[in-house]
Design a protein around this ligand. Sequence first.
Ligand code: ATP
Ligand code: MG
Length: 393
Amino acid sequence: MTFKTFLIKYGEIGIKGKNRYLFEEALVRQIRHALKAVEGEFDVRREQGRIYVDCLSEYDFDETAEALTRVFGIVGVCPVVVTEDTGFEDLARVVIDYVRQMYPDLNQTFKVDSRRARKNYPLASMELNAALGERILDAFPDMRVDVHTPQILLSVEIREKIYLYSRVIPGAGGMPVGTNGKAMLLLSGGIDSPVAGYMIAKRGVKIDAVYFHAPPYTSERAKQKVVDLARIVSRYSGPIMLHVVNFTDIQLYIYDQCPHEELTIIMRRYMMRIAEHFAKESGSLGLITGESIGQVASQTMQSLAATNEVCTMPVYRPLIGFDKQEIVDVSLKIGAYETSIQPFEDCCTIFVAKHPVTKPNVNVIRRSETKLAEKIDALVQTAVETAEKIWIE
Ligand code: ATP
Ligand code: MG
């Protein structure tokens, strides 16, 4: 069966009054963006508290539906048959034809659920339910009515035109990106940070990203992997401005001046400081990391406290209570896993101590950082000034 229109169902929570308008505007914008990558011509329109996608040319159903189910804020995508109101008899014919094509196995229970949004329609909703139900039973004697848990819930909406659907493809949920400000994701080449970005974007937050690389200790391919991961996240979040910071001189300087078991913590404190610089510059309201309590030495409660101490912005850590397998599950779901496990290290092993501190003391770390006083400000400034900005969409 070919459809020319999709009805977009979205969550109603928290979208009253003016917010509802902003929510719908953002949703339409995100839908248009998602459909840009799909072959075909589409029109996205808002009408009476509904959003419709009209397919104006040939299109691939699966590809289009898949793109729509990636848009945050959508709870369901319904392929609909749209028909002019030319009387009940014509409608009954369209409905029977629809059931025949959609459900070749007719031995199923059903319920008609009509909604009369246009009040001058001659039949009330209940009357229309009964009348259409009767016609379906006449046409398909094997079908039975079940008003409580029908296998097929046939929705009929009487508006300017009449909309008919029964299939609801589950959407991504969440809120449309752009309805909840912006945040800066610390994106590395691992499994965790792309998932963290996805989760915050799902709450309607626009994402920018920063990646620290250390050429020649980390390769061009490691950087390419991060670009690829940013692109995967952007399929959900919309465009991402990726800042690629050359961190080599800062790392080498810390390596020279500070105790090696504190390297990771001090490095991470500088990553946070620089990320915060870019966050402020671009109007972000927080930082996002893929940290999870206890996952590695740099993610114990003490290490997280030491890293957090340098930040003045909130740091969002959506994976904080996740086990690795739970993170992997989301990574697989969003299609990032295969890329994340490519074997290009995002951090050179010479900078990883054999016995890193697992319970860093903030005062000790601060004292170690004083040894960087001579050059660190200049190095940070250079790193910020030479950062490469890559627009990912
Ligand atoms: P991931 O799988 O995201 O790489 P990880 O388990 O390797 O995480 P760490 O290396 O300790 O953990 O990093 C913790 C978090 O710090 C990452 O999730 C990411 O947000 C940030 N981070 C680490 N390294 C980098 C980097 N090179 N560039 C940008 N952010 C980074
Ligand atoms: Mg990592």
